[in-house]
Design a protein around this ligand. Structure first.
Ligand SMILES: Nc1ncnc2c1ncn2[C@@H]1O[C@H](COP(=O)(O)OP(=O)(O)O)[C@@H](O)[C@H]1O
Ligand SMILES: [Mg+2]
Length: 579
């Protein structure tokens, strides 16, 4: 066996296997190069999900004729002038991308330095295929055609044009999010699919690339720990999604994919969201170059932190801090579609319009109620509303919703969801301070359950006592309840114990109830005094509103749904065509 040096074109093709997995990875390298070149605007044209054609044009510094040839050589880079790989501030630094791409596609580079003439060079699967003068504005245009056409093994592994396009779009979004100072335009098969202007502020850019509604439903993150800082925007828990795809992480301006993020985000939003719901967020970590190694992956999408625990702490701490500050905020405005349900339809009868289908839908759940909205005399002076974000209670609808008047609009509160949240937060505080206050029942109540259910409760008696429930086994098929959590008010004890027994059946017996406090609290709240379908007095309603205002996270229930919405005066005016 003799060792031989591999020829250059083979080395490049091997590197291409790592750097250029699919059209999106080639696109990523080209856009990164445009960013590194100082571009203000980058325009991207794709055909067939990038399989047909990828074109990236920028107005950056451009390359002189001799530099174009060099750029296509392996390990030739302008980005490490002093060999300090730890301190690299550009997205590229390996000098591998262009030669790798050019070894598996037909690549045309046209470039022009300001004040000089343009030049172009074509390399087809590693071989020079032509060069000559080129007419273009200052900057660079790189065109990649027939990617993998001569690498059938690779082409076989590509997915549909549609999913290759989706991956390309994701790449552009992430880079555009990292650099709100740069304008980006993307066209796919002749259709403009993304366009953002240069010099946006970061929250606006993130919202433009994820969801416009995010702007009004997110928190600004600004947090530091030691030498590391965390910025960006985090969606309110109520603004959640069914998939975790809308989470973006950047380290020193570089989009990265990192499992650490997912775990840390989950921890930060724990018990603000149901398990299968995910927040929308974009987080930017900045830290000194020697705290992170960006050279652990050929495509540079992964990084290694010197102290991963500290980074996790930074993310959890920063998010938690912002979420705690947000207090009672929820997704404040009803969603556009819910608001649409309020739009009146043309009046059917001159005097008494029937409820529109939309209106009926809003209250569908409660159609079995005969109308029972109660309006209380306006005992409190209206100016008082000004001092309370959630306003003063004006009435109750369907024995489920509190209607309150705030200075800037009409507030609707889901009393049960809100109460559930308050119970959880109160319990959490009380448990941190040694236990939940109990209220002894005048007469202990005997709750009959089947034997396994009683066994499950009995096994947790000590834990439940900390949560304010004083219980005793009472024969094989009953539990004696001596005291309930004072915060629940007089509730339905029997229902509570039966439900707890059911919940315990579903719990992993290795978990402590503290770890499942949200479920326990939710179960308790369901049987407390402020459940849905109970009439509340104005005093009770106001007490609930005031407590919500001072309770962290009261803007969403334990499942991440909003506990209240506000119809701003402006929205009300729109409904009536006054605006
Ligand atoms: N769009 C561009 N504008 C100006 N220079 C570019 C552009 N694309 C590539 N270059 C030059 O080509 C070199 C090689 O690019 P590349 O192979 O991606 O390696 P790297 O980005 O790691 O340096 C870069 O260092 C840069 O000098
Ligand atoms: Mg590069």
């Amino acid at each position: 066996m003799s060792i031989r040096r591999l020829p250059e074109h083979l080395v490049n093709r091997i590197a291409a296997g790592e750097v250029v997995e699919r059209p999106a990875s080639a696109l990523k390298e080209l856009v990164e190069n445009a960013i590194d070149a100082g571009a203000v605007r980058i325009s991207i044209v794709l055909a067939q999900g990038g399989l047909g054609r990828i074109e990236v044009a920028d107005d950056g510094c451009g390359m002189a004729k001799s530099e174009i040839a060099l750029a296509l050589e392996r390990h030739a880079t302008s980005k490490l002038p002093d060999d300090e790989i730890d301190q690299v501030t550009t997205l590229g630094f390996r000098g591998e991308a262009l030669p790798s791409i050019a070894s598996v596609a037909r690549v045309t580079i046209e470039s022009r330095v300001r004040g000089a003439d343009g030049w172009s060079r074509i390399v087809d699967n590693g071989a020079l295929a032509g060069e000559g003068p080129a007419a273009l504005p200052p900057g660079t245009r790189v065109t990649v055609e027939e990617l993998f056409a001569r690498v059938p093994a690779r082409r076989k592994f590509l997915r549909s044009e549609r999913s290759e396009y989706a991956a390309c779009l994701d790449v552009v979004k992430r880079l555009a999010m990292a650099r709100p100072d740069i304008g980006f335009a993307l066209e796919h098969d002749g259709r403009r699919t993304l366009s953002v202007q240069p010099n946006e502020d970061r929250p606006a850019r993130v919202a433009a690339l994820t969801d416009r509604e995010l702007a009004g439903n997110s928190l600004a993150i600004d947090y530091a720990r030691g030498p590391a800082s965390l910025g960006g925007v985090a969606g309110l828990p109520t603004f959640n999604r069914g998939v975790a795809d809308h989470q973006y992480l950047f380290v020193n301006g570089r989009p990265v994919k990192d499992r650490l993020l997912i775990g840390a985000v989950r921890a930060a939003y724990q018990d603000l969201l149901a398990r299968d719901r995910h927040p929308v967020l974009a987080l930017f970590i900045d830290l000194p170059g020697d705290e992170v190694d960006v050279n652990v992956h050929p495509a540079k999408t992964e990084v290694r932190f010197r102290d991963p625990g500290a980074i996790r702490g930074l993310i959890v701490g920063g998010l938690r801090h912002a979420l705690d500050e947000a207090g009672h905020r929820s997704a404040q405005r009803p969603s556009a579609s819910a608001l649409g349900n309020w739009q009146p339809e043309p009046v059917r009868s001159p005097s008494f319009p029937l409820p529109t289908p939309g209106q009926a839908a809003v209250w569908d759940r409660h159609q079995h109620y005969s109308p029972q909205a109660r309006a209380e005399p306006a005992v409190e002076a209206v100016p008082l509303a000004a001092s309370y974000p959630l306003g003063v209670a004006r009435g109750q609808v369907a024995a489920t919703y509190i209607v309150a008047e705030a200075e800037d609009g009409l507030v609707l509160v889901d009393q049960h969801a809100a109460h559930e949240r308050l119970v959880l937060e109160r319990m959490r505080r009380a448990m941190a301070n040694g236990g939940v206050a109990r209220q002894a029942l005048l007469l202990p109540e005997v709750v009959e359950l089947d034997e396994p259910a009683c066994d499950r409760i009995e096994a947790r008696i000590a834990e439940l006592e900390e949560m304010g429930l004083e219980l005793e086994r009472f024969g094989p098929r009953a539990i004696l309840v001596r005291a309930t959590p004072a915060m629940l008010g007089a509730g339905d004890v029997r229902g509570l114990i039966a439900d707890l027994a059911d919940e315990l059946a579903a719990f992993d017996s290795a978990l402590s109830l503290k770890e499942k406090l949200d479920l326990v609290a939710a179960t308790m709240a369901c049987h407390g005094s402020v459940r849905a379908g109970r009439l509340l007095s104005v005093a009770e309603m106001n007490a609930l509103l005031r407590e919500m205002e001072v309770t962290p996270h009261s803007g969403q229930c334990n499942h991440g749904r909003p506990t209240w919405v506000k119809l701003a005066h402006g929205d009300i005016e729109k409904l009536f065509g006054r605006k």
